[in-house]
Design a protein around this ligand. Structure first.
Ligand code: CO
Length: 465
């Protein structure tokens, strides 16, 4: 899920409405056989080699090393700091993140706790901090702090592993002709089974986004939506898993037509650039600048027209707190953001959006996503149906985002008016679809990572993205 920036410049909206009728005609997408024609930026500093996006950093890992690493992690959790000192002399840990070939069924039906019967889940991709903080990697005190957190890390790794396995399956079976409802339910059912959904202890993290084309985020079908995935669609699959409220928020873009390959490559590289820049004491504005630089060094040719990929300037990454998808901090994807710093122990989702449109989104269309306002205290409600609906929300979702289909499946019906009442009262926040101009195409990649005391752990990294 994405955080929307307050649009501080009201004229943007107006200008856009004026432009819209002209651009409304949807351009025909033709298959471009000369795909992967990538533009290299009029590079000022020579550091931006876009021919090889740095999106595969450290994901190759022989399986033998992986099991050794798991072993190391278990010991690390249980041994005294004496024992740990001895360990320090071992060679540094290799970066990981690959999806282990672990015998998951198709469709995925085996809970990950059965696949990792020793209860140890694979670490995400490890990235050392940049030079100012490189001392942390080997610092004994920081290493000790991490051993104290082992149970937390291991449980979020379980949620991340579920994300990897569920998306691996959907990447295989999603095809043009599949309904959006079937697509989402496949993901949600897979998540519920693999994570062994259990009240607030484990489950889906938020509604499954499957926003299409100019819709960048916050679309999931409501009941009765007949939309079917098309060959020419650009579909952002944004779904979440959680264990004990620790949400793994990760997204990728699904396409069938190779004409969009450069758009996807731009966004994937931009997200990875943002993750690479991130770290303890790093200012979020510097991350935004790094993301935009990479994103806008790409161009894509669609239907005979060439577009420089734009970063959508009012969409953001965000910190994540327990049961709170949007923690207190946002991570911009363009330059000029604020100077808030990232801190040790924080979880962040870095998500970037590239667009062939204006590079700004506004809300449009029927709402599906909702979320209880985290800070709201007791608000008296007059409508009995609204009170009853709020009880249902409190019981099943608490402060986790939900959608209308999730209300349907827990037995709610005819709740639209009551839901509107809760939104008007400020108890629930509506998160309607976020759209760029019609006829444009938007893509998204997102990962959740943790700023561990010694290094970054990109929890949701897989061998796919
Ligand atoms: Co997000």
């Amino acid at each position: 899920m994405t955080a929307v920036l307050e649009v501080r410049e009201p004229h943007i909206m107006k200008a856009q409405e004026e432009v819209q009728p002209i651009i409304d005609e949807v351009e025909e997408v033709s298959v471009n056989k000369k795909k992967n024609k990538k533009k290299k930026k009029k590079s000022t500093n020579g550091t931006l080699e876009t021919d090889k996006p740095s999106d595969q950093v450290g994901t190759e890992q022989p399986n033998a090393e992986e099991s050794e690493e798991e072993h190391d992690s278990i010991e690390g959790a249980n041994e005294s700091s004496e024992g740990a000192k001895k360990k320090k002399k071992k060679k540094p840990k290799k970066k990981t993140g690959a999806n282990p070939a672990n015998g998951q069924s198709e469709p995925p039906k085996i809970p990950v706790s059965k696949l990792f019967s020793n209860g140890v889940y694979p670490e995400g991709e490890l990235q050392d901090y940049n030079e100012d903080n490189l001392w942390r990697t080997t610092n004994e005190e920081k290493r000790y702090l991490e051993r104290m957190k082992y149970d937390e890390y291991n449980s979020v790794r379980r949620a991340a592993e579920v994300h990897r396995e569920v998306r691996k399956y959907i990447q295989k079976v999603a095809k043009p002709g599949m309904s959006m409802i079937e697509l989402c339910e496949t993901i949600e059912n897979g998540t519920r089974t693999l994570i062994e959904e259990n009240g607030f202890e484990a489950g889906v993290g938020f509604p499954t986004g499957c926003s299409l084309n100019h819709v960048a985020a916050h679309y999931t079908p409501n009941a009765g939506d007949k939309t079917v995935l098309q060959y020419d669609d650009v579909c952002k699959i944004d779904f979440g898993t959680h264990v004990n409220g620790r949400i793994m928020d990760s997204a990728f873009t699904l396409t069938f037509n190779p004409v969009y390959d450069n758009l996807l490559a731009a966004v994937k590289a931009a997200t990875n650039a943002g993750i690479k820049e991130a770290g303890i004491d790093v200012r979020v504005c510097d991350i935004g600048a790094a993301i935009q630089e990479v994103m806008e060094s790409y161009e894509v040719e669609i239907g005979g027209k060439t577009y420089q990929v734009k970063a959508i300037r009012n969409l953001n990454g965000h910190s994540i707190e327990p049961y709170r998808i949007h923690g207190g901090k946002t991570v911009p994807i363009v330059k000029g953001g604020d100077q808030t710093k990232m801190e040790e122990g924080e979880y962040f989702a870095i998500e970037t959006f590239g667009s062939t449109g204006k590079g700004v989104v506004r809300t449009d269309g029927e709402c599906s996503h909702y979320m209880k306002n985290y800070d709201v205290g007791h608000i008296p409600l007059r409508l009995p149906k609204a009170k009853q609906l709020l009880n249902t929300i409190n019981k099943h979702f608490g402060t986790l985002p939900f959608c209308r289909r999730y209300l349907d499946r827990v037995g709610e019906s005819k709740y639209i008016l009551a839901l509107k009442n809760l939104c008007d009262a400020g108890v629930v926040e509506a998160c309607p679809p976020l759209v760029d101009i019609k006829g444009s195409f938007t893509a998204q990649y997102e990962h959740t990572f943790l700023l561990r005391p010694t290094r970054k752990e990109v929890l949701t990294r897989g061998d796919d993205y």
